[in-house]
Ligand binder design. Structure first.
Ligand SMILES: [Zn+2]
Length: 365
C-alpha cells in the first residue's frame, strides 16, 4: 500500500543558511506577485494567461529584472508560479477567493524541491538546493521517495515540511506503535476541563494555555497598541505578540497529539461524540473556554490516527444523550446540569463520575 506522509521538522540552520532560506522565500514571493500582476494585466486585455505562459514570461525577464536571483535555486520561483496556477484553478472552481499579493511581512516560505526525488535527506540533515546540507532537529521517521519539501519560517524558527511517498505504513523510528498491547474498545467523552475521559478510566487533561498566557497576551497586545503604527518598534511588538500566540498553539497541539496517540495505542475500536461546537459557542460563558480547548481539532486528530492504524471509529449521533443516560441500566434522565459532577441514577442507584458515565455510553460494543 502506497501512502503519503508529511513530517514537519524544525531546522537548525546557521546564520548563513537562514539568510539563504529567507532569500529563497523572498524570491518565491516576488515570483508569485509577478505571476499575479501579469495575470491581472492579461485579464484587462481579455487574455487568459496560464501559469505555463507566465512561467515562460518570467524566465525571459528574470535575469534582467531580478538580477540577484541568478545564484538562487530556480525551484523557488518555479514552484511559486505553479502554486499561483493552482490558486487560479481553485478560484475558478469557486473554492477560493481570488489570490492576493504576498506581503514582505507575511508568511515566509518556499517550495525547495524540483519534483519527486530531488531532495536528499540523510540522518538528521537535509540537502536544500543552492544552500547545502542543513541540520534538522530530528530524523525523518518515514522511508520512501521524498516528493515535496516546503521550507517555512514561523516565530523565528525554520521548518521543513517533508512529504514522503511510503511503500507501506512504516514507522521506522516508532516501533512502539506496533507493540502488542491489550486492546479494547474505548468510548471517549470530550470536554472542556478534562480533554478526554475514556471508558477504561484514563483521563487526559486539557492544558488551556490561553488562560495561562492571558496576562502575557494582554501585555503584548498593550505594548503593540502603544507603538506608532508600522514603525520599527511596532513590527518588533507585533512579532512578540505573534510569538505568544504561537506558543499557545504549540502547547495545545502537543497535548492533543500526546493524548490521541496514547488513546489509539490502547484501542481496538473508538466511539466519540459528535460535537456541536458552533452551537456551544453561542453560549457566551462557554465560548472562550471552548475555543481555547479547540476540541474539534482533537477529534479530527483522533480520527486520522485511528484510520491509519485501521481502528474503526464511530461517532455517536448528535442527539445521543450520552451524559443523561445511565451506563448501567439505560435509564434516561430528563435533565443534567453542567454543575453535577457525579451521575446518580434514580432508577438503579448507579453512581459514577459524570464524564466517565458518558464515556461508557459512547463505548462501541
Ligand atoms: Zn441506572
Amino acid at each position: 500500500m502506497e501512502v503519503n506522509r508529511t513530517q514537519k521538522i524544525e531546522l537548525n540552520p546557521n546564520n548563513k543558511e537562514a539568510t539563504r532560506m529567507a532569500q529563497h522565500a523572498g524570491y518565491a514571493r516576488v515570483a508569485f506577485n509577478f505571476a499575479l500582476s501579469s495575470f491581472k494585466a492579461g485579464r484587462e486585455k481579455d487574455e487568459w494567461h496560464s501559469h505555463v505562459d507566465i512561467k515562460r514570461k518570467f524566465n525571459a525577464v528574470k535575469r534582467d529584472k531580478f538580477r540577484w536571483c541568478s545564484d538562487l535555486s530556480q525551484n523557488a520561483s518555479k514552484n511559486a508560479i505553479h502554486n499561483f496556477g493552482d490558486a487560479i484553478t481553485r478560484w475558478k472552481s469557486g473554492q477560493n477567493n481570488f489570490p492576493v499579493y504576498k506581503r514582505r511581512d507575511g508568511k515566509c516560505s518556499y517550495q525547495a524541491d524540483n519534483g519527486a526525488g530531488t531532495v536528499e535527506v540523510y540522518k538528521n540533515r537535509i540537502k536544500l538546493p543552492k544552500i547545502g546540507w542543513v541540520r534538522m532537529r530530528e530524523e525523518l521517521r518515514y522511508t520512501g521517495e521524498i516528493s515535496k519539501v516546503v521550507v517555512s519560517k514561523r516565530n523565528n524558527r525554520w521548518y521543513a515540511s517533508i512529504l514522503v511517498r511510503c511503500d507501506s505504513n512504516n514507522y521506522n523510528y516508532q516501533p512502539s506503535l506496533f507493540e502488542k498491547q491489550e486492546k479494547k474498545p474505548i468510548g471517549i467523552d470530550v470536554g472542556i476541563n478534562t480533554l478526554a475521559t475514556c471508558s477504561n478510566g484514563d483521563t487526559y487533561d486539557n492544558p488551556r494555555p490561553l488562560k495561562r498566557y492571558e496576562r502575557k497576551l494582554a501585555r503584548a497586545n498593550r505594548s503593540l497598541s502603544r507603538k506608532v503604527f508600522q514603525s520599527q518598534n511596532w513590527h518588533k511588538a507585533k512579532k512578540r505578540l505573534g510569538g505568544v500566540h504561537y506558543r499557545i498553539a504549540c502547547i495545545r497541539e502537543d497535548a492533543h497529539h500526546q493524548a490521541t496517540t496514547k488513546i489509539v495505542r490502547k484501542a481496538s475500536a473508538i466511539g466519540v461524540e459528535t460535537l456541536n461546537i458552533s452551537g456551544l459557542l453561542r453560549n457566551r460563558k462557554l465560548a472562550k473556554a471552548l475555543s481555547d480547548s479547540a476540541l474539534s481539532r482533537f477529534v479530527t486528530m483522533l480520527k486520522y490516527k485511528a484510520e491509519r492504524r485501521g481502528i474503526p471509529i464511530t461517532q455517536a449521533n448528535r442527539f445521543f444523550a450520552s451524559s443523561k443516560t445511565c451506563s448501567s441500566c439505560g435509564h434516561k434522565k430528563k435533565e443534567v446540569f453542567l454543575s453535577d459532577r457525579v451521575y446518580h441514577c434514580l432508577k438503579c442507584g448507579f453512581e459514577c463520575d459524570r464524564d466517565l458515565n458518558a464515556a461508557i455510553n459512547l463505548c462501541p460494543t
